[in-house]
Design a protein around this ligand. Structure first.
Ligand SMILES: C[S@@+](CC[C@H](N)C(=O)[O-])C[C@H]1O[C@@H](n2cnc3c(N)ncnc32)[C@H](O)[C@@H]1O
Length: 276
């Protein structure tokens, strides 16, 4: 599969090209019910003033803007000017004046203290070398009683293709190494509850976000899009050989023809916390 070479100036490990934007859209659609469930339980509703941190092209932010309505507000922040420009365009097209999109590195996030009713941070902390200082910034922006909803990976090595595939296991190790090399951590979810508590937020719930995904179902697109777009980057980065890439693709496609095959998808944690 061919793809445009990764722009060297692009700091986000997975790139900001249209292929990644489409992957994020699929991912949001497939996980939308679980996401809405966390928002409901956090009380994100009409009139709320919310932050969506590391919003990407903004599929969640657009939904949140609908949820809070004209009386509320959503501030969507991402370091990618490409993602933010596309989100701002879409917000204008839909007439969502309550949605503001801002280019900013989250390490330099500036928030008015105590002005937010809620914050949503999904699939961001795994990319950050120092999640603690970003959590502190988010917590300082929440009012007492404001709610934080966080969603990220943990225990990544539990991801398995069944029947077991040595080629897939090699890819998985290379993916985790690519994250580590860029300063991130696919096990960050295990540390997040402690960091959130240290930032002065009381944990209300820890939700397991775990799925078994079968070929031929809609959810199968989620890992397929991820691995088929990221594996070529692993080859470019010298973390996998071309032969290992081919072996992975062959075994993945072979599993798609096996009636009993499934993927234990990368485990994730959903966290709901309240600013004290
Ligand atoms: C996997 S995407 C998740 C997007 C969105 N939160 C979602 O759930 O669909 C991660 C996003 O984090 C952004 N990001 C990564 N590191 C960042 C940083 N240091 N500052 C700001 N944004 C960052 C990337 O640009 C990317 O849009």
């Amino acid at each position: 599969m061919s793809r445009a070479p990764h722009a060297p100036a692009d700091p986000y490990l997975l790139g900001t090209d249209p292929e990644e934007a489409r992957r994020l859209e699929t991912q949001h659609r497939l996980w939308a019910d679980a996401t809405r469930d966390l928002w409901d339980r956090a009380g994100f509703g009409p009139g709320a003033r919310l932050l969506d941190l590391g919003c990407g092209p903004g599929f969640a932010a657009l939904e949140l803007a609908g949820r809070v309505g004209a009386a509320g507000s959503v501030l969507a922040v991402d370091e990618s000017d490409r993602f933010i420009a596309s989100l701002a365009r879409e917000a204008r097209r839909r007439g969502l004046a309550q949605l503001a999109a801002r280019v900013e590195r989250v390490e330099e996030l500036r928030l008015e203290p105590g002005a937010l009713d809620g914050a949503f941070v999904r699939w961001l902390f795994c990319f950050l070398p120092d999640p603690a200082q970003v959590i502190d910034r988010v917590a300082s922006g929440l009012r007492p009683g404001g709610r934080l909803v966080v969603w990220d990976y943990l225990n990544y090595r539990a991801t398995t293709l069944q029947p077991r595939s040595p080629a897939f296991d090699r890819v998985l190790r290379a993916v985790a190494e690519s994250w580590r090399r860029s300063g991130g951590d696919l096990d960050v979810g295990g540390r997040l509850p402690g960091l959130i508590a240290e930032a002065g937020c009381r944990l209300l719930d820890l939700a397991p976000l775990v799925r078994f995904v079968r070929p031929g179902t809609a959810f199968w697109d989620w890992p397929t899009q991820f691995f088929f777009s990221h594996v070529p980057r692993l080859v470019e980065a010298g973390l996998l050989s071309e032969a290992e890439r081919r072996a992975f693709e062959d075994e993945w496609r072979a599993r798609e023809r096996e009636p009993g095959a499934f993927l234990q998808a990368p485990p994730m944690i959903g966290i709901i916390a309240e600013k004290e």
